[in-house]
Design a protein around this ligand. Structure first.
Ligand code: CMC
Length: 364
């Protein structure tokens, strides 16, 4: 029996949501290079309905999302208890996603409300960690502007909101990545949305998936603060059999199309916020990784610098990935439910056989 490690290259189901065929990322048939200029709400609608919204639909949808960006008092009370250092923010988010399923109407809540709750939860965790008061949404702002405002306490400029909107769009979906597949497995048992999302958050947390963006910034910090030569840093890591975070991808062997767009944003924001030194380290690392190992940066590489430029702590970076990817998780949970077949593969047993239990005597 052929058994590809990590299901590499295995097509496990069909989807109409997104595709990485030919190493081009498309959402419902639209290239992400074009969608990067759309509004976040339009892209959410597209991923959930596999068509773009009308002008009227988008206004209603935006209102629906923004008006739900508020947490029930009971969730806030529990969150204040859970969201204390030294817990890692992704552990707090994991617990809070599960809590949302106990303080909301688990059987009737719909995706717009659930996405709004996840966004406000991430913003609230950031504010609580920073000992800042929780803020209320501004009904005159869109989802992206509100999300930035609720996290940082500052109303973003049009330019910043546009850049961050692109970041959110590029993270919104990525076909059957580890966390989305996890969400689909849970959805295939007809478990509720919150259970699917809790499982997805757990899968995203690991450093080979969403957890990479935090590790990327740790690496940049180490290189900068210790004045290391990026090439020597790489060689030293490789000698210790460690991977260089933010490089490589299961699908994109010739470069992640999202990284190309994110690189531009990171460069601009770094220049604006006095972080060009990090961007220069990234340039040197990327050049060396390509020349030495033919490895390209992935989505997490430049995102980490973008989040740093927003003034956020590296520990919360993966939560931002989770906030954006909730869009895709929900899209896939809906698709899985609509065309459900329980996901229950087989394994190939390779352990010992023909053993016999002989009662309570010591087994020899
Ligand atoms: N640093 C050093 N070597 C690497 C790296 C890296 N970042 N990525 C791959 N390689 C090497 C790897 O050691 C292996 O070498 P060999 O064939 O000699 O054993 C070869 O390249 C193939 O790597 P792989 O790990 O078998 O390939 P994969 O397709 O299973 O891995 C990956 C993809 C993302 C797990 C891997 O590239 C990696 O661990 N990268 C670092 C973590 C990271 O940045 N993760 C974010 C992924 S993108 C966003 C997301 O999905 O969350």
């Amino acid at each position: 029996m052929e058994c590809p490690r990590g299901l590499a290259g295995v097509v496990v189901d069909q989807t109409k949501i997104s595709s990485t065929a030919g190493a081009h990322l498309t959402y419902a048939g639209y290239p992400i290079e074009e969608l990067a200029h759309a509004s976040f709400e339009e892209v959410v609608f597209l991923l959930w309905h596999t068509r773009l919204p009308s002008e009227n639909e988008i206004a209603v949808f935006r209102h629906q999302l923004v008006s739900q960006m508020v947490l029930p008092a009971e969730t806030v009370r529990l969150l204040l208890y859970v969201a204390k250092e030294p817990q890692h923010p992704m552990s707090i988010l994991r617990t809070t996603t599960s809590l949302l399923g106990t303080t909301n109407d688990v059987d009737h809540d719909e995706p717009p409300k659930i996405l709004a709750k996840m966004l406000i939860t991430v913003a609230a965790i950031i504010r609580i960690r920073a000992n800042e008061p929780l803020l209320e949404v501004d009904p005159h702002l869109g989802v992206v502007e509100n999300f930035l405002y609720l996290m940082t306490g500052k109303r973003p400029s049009k330019e910043l909101a546009r850049m961050f909107s692109t970041v959110m769009i590029l993270h919104a979906d990525h076909e059957f990545n580890a966390s989305t597949f996890t969400a689909r497995v849970v959805a295939s048992t007809f478990a509720d949305y919150y259970s699917c999302l809790t499982a997805a958050v757990c899968a995203l947390k690991g450093p080979l998936h969403g957890g990479a963006n935090e590790r990327v910034f740790e690496m940049l910090l180490e290189i900068k603060e210790q004045g290391l030569d990026p090439r020597e840093f790489v060689e030293d890591q490789v000698k210790q059999k460690r991977k260089i975070m933010g490089f490589g991808h299961r699908i994109y062997k010739n470069g992640d199309p999202r990284a190309a767009i994110l690189k531009q944003i990171a460069g601009k924001l770094a220049a604006k916020t006095g972080n060009s030194e990090y961007f220069e380290i990234q340039r040197q690392l990327a050049d060396y990784m390509l020349q030495r190992f033919n490895l390209h940066p992935n989505v997490d590489y430049y995102t980490s610098l973008i989040y740093h430029c927003l003034g956020l702590d590296k520990e919360v970076f993966t939560m931002l990935f989770a906030a954006c990817r909730t869009v895709g998780w929900l899209a896939h949970v809906m698709e899985q439910r609509n065309e459900n077949c329980l996901i229950r593969p087989n394994s190939e047993y390779v352990g010992p056989t023909d053993r016999h239990y002989l009662g309570e005597q010591i087994q020899k």
